[in-house]
Design a protein around this ligand. Structure first.
Ligand SMILES: [Zn+2]
Ligand SMILES: [Zn+2]
Length: 109
């Protein structure tokens, strides 16, 4: 059952995964587990409500971890964007190193 779900996910696309009932429910469960707080902001003592659930190991690289609790973390949209430097910015290079460092705190005051 789970296998066929994964295959379907690969064959269709990420959009259909994110729209799936399974993901919607999982996402909700993760947010609840994390107390609806951004887990990355929390590391720095900030309280920011989470609006998104991120795949620590990217969905496209590790589809088998798509619904693995240990691979999912609740984030605010700002932190989430930092995990996906390729998304918001078309310019490659500069930003791509960030995601590999596991969210190092780059404070710019
Ligand atoms: Zn955050
Ligand atoms: Zn993500």
């Amino acid at each position: 059952m789970f296998r066929s779900f994964l295959i379907a996910m690969k064959e269709l696309n990420k959009d259909s995964f994110y729209k799936s009932m399974r993901w919607q429910r999982k996402r909700e469960a993760i947010l609840r587990r994390d107390g609806y707080m951004c887990q990355y902001c929390k590391r720095y003592g900030r309280t920011v409500s989470a609006t998104e659930v991120h795949h620590i190991k990217f969905l496209e690289d590790f589809p088998e971890l798509a619904l693995d609790n240990n691979n999912l973390v609740s984030l605010c949209s700002a932190c989430h964007r930092k995990q996906h430097p390729e998304k918001g910015r078309k310019a490659r290079g500069r930003y791509s190193a960030v995601s590999d460092r596991g969210g190092g705190d780059r404070k710019r005051v």
